[in-house]
Design a binder for this molecule. Structure first.
Ligand code: ATP
Length: 455
């Protein structure tokens, strides 16, 4: 079987089949490129976000958390440059009214509204001139729809951090170098969303702004690139499917002295997972000018006053979730001649860590399995699974990426041992029930590498 069997269609199908992710508003015919996360999808994406928080907060002491509002003062977007500059040039088709990004247009593409015309006619789209299209969603605040109350759904979480710089400096007892981290929804009226949850109009970001003395910014930029690259590989992404792409000078924003993208080799090719930028003092200076507030740091020791420079690692929770799904997906020939589909997810990312299965639904096995379920679920996400043949249950757990299955059989009632099945090696060990909670907690905390690397 070829090395990488995964395709985007297979991921979409598995996500639907197993209740990870559904097209939104399906009963009304859907609303393009908008998705709802089902049970396993919620668990998986929550684990991704929790791992990000763990790396940002729990494993260091120089970053604090923030949860700012989605609706912010419209001046925020004036200061950040989003009102004036956050746009893509776009064209409309005069016939079918579809909208396209000017740089993505195929001038030979057939217009669906002209499909019934004779072949001798020009059946291509009839494009308008390109014009700028602001990607921010506009809304009105308050009951009266007048221009005074226009607000925008935030197109990134970062600005909520900059406008709280002063609050955090005052109350978090931090001084540069320190960071403020935030996870939350952002909205962009993308002209060409697509590729499942890779590009949607509503998505979650995981962003951190790291404020440091200006002379230290280049060093922190290098450090954050390495740290963020390691985050993905530590969580199992194969290093040969991950790359850091430094932007060329002509790709950089005018205020940035360095930007790099962490890219993953998706089935659609190398694509951005996360951007890491050295933003200089642009954002704090802009907000200071527009708000009239001083956004700077006074060092009581050196008596120096300065505007910190900022290094920003900005990641997408949905894109990361998609990358982890793609990287984990595998199809394998198993002993009985069948092909099994399996998600070889890092155990800490797996939606369910362990499934407890009685072999049969009688002879006291369900009762013992329920007792084990109760002993495990306080420690980790556990599922009790008694429906269907044991082979079918294992396949189902493989498809949702459950690393371990505990099976209760007739011997379990005699000697209080169970079989512990490993998702990747398919090995089954006999383990004493009393040892299970500690053993599984230990395995969950252990370093892990993708079995695809050692295969
Ligand atoms: P792209 O070039 O793909 O549009 P970007 O460079 O505009 O992305 P940033 O503004 O740097 O993206 O946002 C940081 C991260 O947020 C991206 O790396 C991506 O993971 C995520 N992200 C941005 N836009 C979307 C979107 N429309 N859907 C899903 N995730 C997104």
């Amino acid at each position: 079987m070829p090395d990488d069997v995964v395709t985007m269609d297979k991921i979409v199908a598995l996500c639907k089949r197993r209740g990870f992710i559904f097209a939104s508003s399906e009963i009304y015919g859907g609303i393009g490129s908008t998705y709802d996360y089902g049970h396993y999808g919620v668990l998986l994406k929550t684990n991704v976000k929790n791992e990000w928080w763990r790396a940002m907060l729990q494993e260091r002491d120089d970053i604090v958390a923030l949860d700012s509002a989605i609706l912010q003062h419209p001046k925020v977007w004036e200061a950040s440059g989003h009102l004036a500059g956050f746009s893509d040039p776009m064209v409309d088709c005069r016939t079918c009214k579809q909208r396209f990004r000017a740089d993505h247009v195929d001038h030979e593409e057939m217009c669906p509204a002209k499909a019934s015309l004779p072949k001798t006619e020009d059946r291509r789209h009839d494009f308008t001139e390109a014009r700028d299209f602001n990607l921010m969603f506009e809304t009105t605040v308050g009951p009266v729809k007048d221009t005074g109350s226009i607000a925008y759904l935030r197109p990134e979480t970062a600005q909520g951090i900059f406008i709280n710089f002063k609050n955090v400096l005052q109350f978090a007892r931090k001084k540069p170098p320190f960071g403020i981290a935030q996870v939350g929804k952002s909205f962009r009226n993308e002209i060409t969303p697509g590729n499942f949850i890779f590009r949607t109009r509503e998505f979650e970001q995981m962003e951190m702004e790291f404020f440091c003395p200006p002379q230290d910014a280049p060093r922190w930029y290098e450090e954050w690139k390495a740290t963020r690259h390691a985050w993905y590989t530590d969580l199992g992404i194969r290093p040969d499917h991950l790359q850091m792409r430094e932007h060329d000078a002509d790709e950089l924003s005018h205020y940035s002295s360095g930007t790099a993208d962490v890219e993953y080799l998706f089935p659609i090719g190398w694509s951005e997972l996360e951007g890491i930028a050295n933003r200089g003092n642009f954002d704090l200076t802009q907000h200071a000018e527009h708000s009239g507030e001083k956004l700077e740091y006074f060092d009581p020791q050196t008596k120096e006053r300065y505007v910190p420079h900022v290094i920003e690692p900005a990641a997408g929770a949905d894109r990361a979730t998609l990358a982890f799904l793609v990287d984990a997906y595998d199809e394998e020939q198993v002993d009985d001649g069948d092909v099994r589909t399996v998600l070889k997810l890092h155990p800490r990312l797996a939606p369910v860590k362990v499934a407890v299965c009685p072999l049969v639904k009688k002879d006291g096995q369900p009762e013992l399995a329920r007792e084990i379920f109760a002993a495990l679920r306080g420690r980790m996400q556990t599922e009790y699974d008694e429906g269907g043949s044991i082979g079918k249950r294992y396949r189902r757990q493989d498809e949702i990426g459950t690393p371990w299955c505990v099976t209760v059989d007739h011997q379990s009632l005699e000697d209080r041992t169970v079989t512990l099945r490993d998702r990747d090696s398919l090995q089954q060990e006999r383990i004493a029930i009393d040892e299970l909670p500690a053993l599984l907690s230990e395995r969950l905390a252990a370093p892990w590498t993708s079995p695809k690397l050692t295969a």
